[in-house]
Write a protein that binds this ligand. Structure first.
Ligand SMILES: Cc1cc2nc3c(=O)[nH]c(=O)nc-3n(C[C@H](O)[C@H](O)[C@H](O)COP(=O)(O)OP(=O)(O)OC[C@H]3O[C@@H](n4cnc5c(N)ncnc54)[C@H](O)[C@@H]3O)c2cc1C
Length: 401
């Protein structure tokens, strides 16, 4: 077993917590210090744009550990932020100036929501990343505001659907020509967009936001081209960036995430990284990739714990990305990728029925699959993407009847 006596985990949300659990499963009995800037015990983020926002679920329901945390033997340092890493001294510098020594270090600081460069002095403008963000937004939604969502990606479209289901007037503004283009491609993106329109969401694509206007709080959103839309609450959903600013100058390789080998090992000894903040070498993608998905963080945890305890001989994780989204009645999940220009084949139902499997092929290979209320066939397709089967074979395997 490992000679490490003291492991510090920075960032204690999904990736950090699942790594701590994996370290204990691997038999690590030494000290674990969990340092996280949020005051809360680890909670799940996906419900923040769904059941938590409506008030259907409370904070207890979104805890990441129903059985509690006591058995993990963690020393908590909650509400404290790591400000810098002094890898030479094997210490983390906290905002207070205190230095926290480590034998092994797990970096799991995730990502932060991007913000627009204007409107920072106005009330009513929100992002949706943390429990604090969701509570602040939920409090405002109770006053029946007109809601405008900037950005038609997964978070923006989920928030729009949830607000509309709460009976609110909702507009979405997206600079690209269709919603969810990056995540779902040119057919499924507009398909989900039509669902929103049929439910009464005003969806404006191909136009950017140029500014917010109001006295003290937002009242109007100014669009490129001169139009404006009245709004009492704005949700900015324009993507996330890895939370790695505190690691500048530490000696770690940073390039849209902490660059890691195939099991989360970094350039520096006894330091690993996991989850949204990390860019692992993925053998299937033949290069480093950073995923911003729940399942990636969970699947990486076992590998990164083994990598920290046992060193570089731990095999690489071959990851086929997987993400799900719930919007109105649509239960959609995607495995692999949907690249522009990919061939598409619908089977096991139809888009009209909102129940089917959609296969995506490129250069003769199955590269992605989307499932609408078809979880099992999608999991099968995910496995087959990892095995590198041909598009033709995938179509034959999933033939109806
Ligand atoms: C509203 C919402 C809905 C989502 N829905 C889905 C979904 O439907 N499907 C899906 O696949 N994925 C979804 N995701 C994405 C998924 O939640 C993330 O991929 C996952 O949370 C990543 O886990 P993580 O632990 O790497 O990072 P995070 O969850 O971002 O956690 C990082 C933690 O580190 C802390 N931290 C950051 N910097 C520091 C520092 N310097 N010092 C100390 N602590 C620090 C942060 O405060 C945070 O607590 C959603 C995300 C959000 C926000």
């Amino acid at each position: 077993m490992s000679a490490l006596e003291n492991i510090v985990v920075v960032g204690v949300s999904l990736a950090g917590l699942r790594t701590i659990e994996a370290l204990r499963r691997e038999g690590y009995e030494g000290a674990i210090v969990a340092l996280g800037e949020e005051p809360h015990l680890p909670y799940d983020r996906p419900p923040l744009s769904k059941q938590f926002l409506t008030g259907e679920w409370d904070q207890e329901k979104i805890s990441l550990r129903k059985q509690g945390f006591d058995d993990l033997g963690i020393t908590w340092r909650r509400g404290e932020r790591a400000q810098a890493l002094d890898a030479g001294a094997k210490e983390i510098v906290l905002e207070s100036g205190e230095r926290l020594g480590y034998g092994g270090l797990v970096i799991a600081t995730g990502s932060v929501a991007k913000r627009l460069p204007f409107g920072r002095d106005l009330a009513g403008i929100h992002v949706l990343r943390s429990l604090g963000d969701a509570v602040a937004l939920r409090d405002e939604l109770g006053r029946s505001p007109r809601v405008l969502v900037v950005g038609a990606g997964f978070i923006g479209m989920e928030a729009a659907a949830t607000c509309r289901e709460m009976g609110l007037e909702v507009s979405v503004v997206e600079p690209l020509e269709a919603p969810l283009l990056r995540g779902l491609g040119p057919v499924l993106g507009p398909y989900v967009g039509e669902k929103h329109r049929s439910k009464g969401v005003e969806l404006r694509c191909g136009v950017g936001v140029e500014g917010f206007e109001g006295q003290g709080r937002v009242e109007r959103v100014r669009l490129a081209g001169g139009d404006s839309i009245d709004a009492d609450v704005v949700i900015v959903g324009i993507g996330v960036a890895p939370a790695i600013g505190w690691l500048e100058g530490s000696g770690l390789e940073l390039d849209d995430g902490i660059v890691c080998d195939g099991a989360g090992g970094t350039k520096l000894p006894d330091i690993v990284a996991v989850g949204d903040a990390a860019r692992w070498h993925n053998p299937l993608a033949r290069g480093p990739v950073r995923y911003e998905h729940w399942t990636s963080a969970v699947e990486q945890a076992d590998f990164v714990a083994a990598r920290l305890l046992r060193g570089p001989d731990v095999p690489a994780l071959s990851q086929v990305p997987y993400v799900w989204t719930d919007q109105f009645e649509l239960r959609l999940a995607v495995a692999g990728r949907i690249s522009p220009g990919a061939e598409m084949h619908v089977c096991k139902g139809s888009l009209e029925e909102e129940r089917c499997l959609v296969l995506f092929g490129r250069e003769g290979r199955l590269e992605g699959a989307a499932g609408l209320r078809r979880p099992r066939p999608l999991l099968g397709a995910r496995k087959r993407i990892g095995e590198g089967i041909s598009f033709e074979e995938a179509i034959a395997e999933n033939a109806d009847g």
